[in-house]
Design a protein around this ligand. Sequence first.
Ligand SMILES: Cc1cc2nc3c(=O)[nH]c(=O)nc-3n(C[C@H](O)[C@H](O)[C@H](O)COP(=O)(O)OP(=O)(O)OC[C@H]3O[C@@H](n4cnc5c(N)ncnc54)[C@H](O)[C@@H]3O)c2cc1C
Ligand SMILES: Cc1cc2nc3c(=O)[nH]c(=O)nc-3n(C[C@H](O)[C@H](O)[C@H](O)COP(=O)(O)O)c2cc1C
Length: 789
Amino acid sequence: MKIVCIGGGPAGLYFGLLMKQLNPAHDITVVERNKPYDTFGWGVVFSDATMDNMRQWDRDTADAIQQAFNHWDDIELLFKGRTIRSGGHGFVGIGRKKLLNILQARCEALGVKLVFECEADSDEDYVDADLIIASDGINSKVRTKYADTFRPDIVTRPNRYIWLGTHRLYDAFTFDFRKTEHGWFQAHIYKFDENTTTFIVECPEKVWLAHGLDQADQAQSIAFCEKLFADNLQGHALMTNARHLRGSAWLNFQRVVCDQWWLKNRHGSHVVLMGDAVHTAHFAIGSGTKLALEDAIELVRQFQQIGDTADRIPEVLAAYHEARRVETLRIQNAAWNAMEWFEVCGERYCDQLEPEQFMYSMLTRSQRISHENLRLRDKGWLEGYERWFAARAGVDRDPALPAIPPMFTPYTLRSVTLKNRVVVSPMAQYSAVNGVPGDYHLVHLGARAMGGAGMVFAEMTCTSPDARITPGCPGLWTDEQGAAWARIVDWVHAHTDAKMAIQIGHAGAKGSTRRAWDGIDRPLLPNDTEPNWPLISASPQQYLEGESQVSRAMTREDMDRVKADFVAATRRAAAAGFDWLELHCAHGYLLSSFISPITNRRDDDYGGPLENRLRYPLEVFAAVRAAWPDHLPMSVRISAHDWVEGGITPADAVLIARAFKAAGADLIDCSSGQVSKKEKITFGRMFQTPFADRVRQEAGIPTIAVGAISEADHVNSIIAAGRADLCAVARPHLANPAWTLTEAAKIGFTELAWPKQYRSAKVQLESHFAREKAQQASNMAAARLSAKA
Ligand SMILES: Cc1cc2nc3c(=O)[nH]c(=O)nc-3n(C[C@H](O)[C@H](O)[C@H](O)COP(=O)(O)OP(=O)(O)OC[C@H]3O[C@@H](n4cnc5c(N)ncnc54)[C@H](O)[C@@H]3O)c2cc1C
Ligand SMILES: Cc1cc2nc3c(=O)[nH]c(=O)nc-3n(C[C@H](O)[C@H](O)[C@H](O)COP(=O)(O)O)c2cc1C
């Protein structure tokens, strides 16, 4: 085959040499516009795992890179005058120039033709090529030419960065954060050969503009950075790679994703994108080069498996795209999280977090590295952090004892102390009769209270018959209901050390529906136990288009009546002995319908700007807070994101949280969605946690994170990083009432008390998990041994 690689970066060169090695008969040319030893940038990093992968494909290249490597394990943080270091992170750094030279030399040794100082204007310059690799980097001309087919999605990010170098040498991957009068800057610093270090300086656009750096020439920019990081540089200069834009200017990162990766051009040549041309990953997790090299490996693997003849090219390219698409997205997602962390850290974390927690937050920024990953990397550091965290949570503990995982530290609000950070999230059970919770609720909530969580939420409990979602929803509008709740709360208090919380709410336009298992959100049918009742909400609304009842807009009279109902329910909740009360302002129910612009179309004082839309929910909050005992905490559940164009955004959630905080709320429970059927939710592990994090840091109020939190490792990571104060776990508690006890045993935390009646099961479960862990460790050791052999 005749193959041309347009662009002699890591992708083009590595593909060229691997393909030549696969079959020396191929005629392969790499066309590069630069001179052989001419390149932008300084050093690149990738992980040990990438090296292992490369070694399997071409030992010579891997060995040459290995010799030129700088390998290091430690990450060091310089922040607020402190230096914090943790180990076990396993990076390799190499000069970009050195890497390219190794790849170039290997290409030449294998017989790949290298043509330097040659600008390829188009794929059509190579009419007789069977295959053209468009490895022409982030500004790929080939991608742009065929944009209609490749459908690139290019997002320009808000931070500015400049890629510099220095001769000051560092023995760890170093992050240095500096506060200026206009905001925070950070430097990403790593040594890549015996006398040079990469020094990338980054800040938000507005900080950059405020310092006038848009007007600064290269020398002025360098002088600015040298002054800012003077004590770190210890007299060393910062250097630019002046001849290349990417080595000399303040840039914005561009994230590239393409829908289609290959095509056949009008001369019959197949053209395929590779490396930065098809996807980019932010340097915050340093994976751009890794992605480029692994693209090359995958394409060669497919030729090897399917056949390296011209007639197999379409099949090979389809298989290559399919194989790389998912893996690339995975890395890009992680890089995106890490990039966003650096974009917002100045506003969200730098001023708010103490250095220890800031380090933890930074290390887990991609959300791919969890608490237990950190333990594998550096057990000593993590245990030290766990001790620091527990001390901050008020735990006075003998240092000879093992550290307590963050999940199992206590948490106090007003007079209430939860024994740990897990709460059973409110979950409607639709099993009350006339709003009265019965034996079903006693057993259901009692079992979960025995299951180890610090607090158990009862489901949304309604303030009047017309406030119910379904005829099976419980209420607090009669004394009989109050007494029935008291029986449950008393039982939980008598038999467990869990706290009991109630969530009070009004269903609004989402009321008068069938029980979930008969048709969630669907209006009642004639043969149901009750007829439909009229609905009220902020504005007329039909939740299920063409099907739900249409609600009417509340009058001032309705507002007064509903507020009085909330207050009466609150008094009954207090009398029933609940420890904690939550006001339900989420999920499109009545109070939520006022907050979201999607559901509130009023033109009075309760509609329009957010301040007006919050007026009624805040009125209700104030009345409830006044009726709820002062020594007990109150939280507010909000939908922090409507996931609908024109709806509530996480930025609005911060404003909403601030308003409730000012009204006396102790904590915001950050859920999302269910406001409109048009929502498009991005689900994933812990998918709503970023909202809890943002609200907590930017509104300065404690939060609950909820949604797809399903392992102790998730809870530990969230709590330790300060992304939330508590984690609400819903569906896993339906599957397993003793979820918290089980997770404690799984991670080997044996200090969580079990109900005395169940103690014999505790030891058995703990040893079961310990055996399972030992078995896994021995399987892994055996796998490593056989891989070496
Ligand atoms: C500040 C910064 C830090 C980074 N740090 C890291 C890191 O630590 N680790 C990491 O893995 N990655 C890092 N990267 C990303 C990394 O540089 C790229 O992801 C990687 O180089 C992609 O390789 P590539 O071969 O696809 O593209 P490139 O390396 O961009 O190579 C493309 C080549 O094509 C040539 N070319 C373009 N158009 C033409 C044309 N028309 N004719 C001829 N030649 C052409 C260019 O001259 C260039 O040599 C960083 C990037 C930046 C900006
Ligand atoms: C059966 C069921 C009933 C629910 N009822 C309520 C409720 O009454 N009030 C509420 O705020 N959220 C309710 N939710 C939402 C949960 O509290 C939680 O926010 C959601 O399930 C995401 O958490 P998870 O991923 O741990 O399940 C309910 C969820 C389920 C599964």
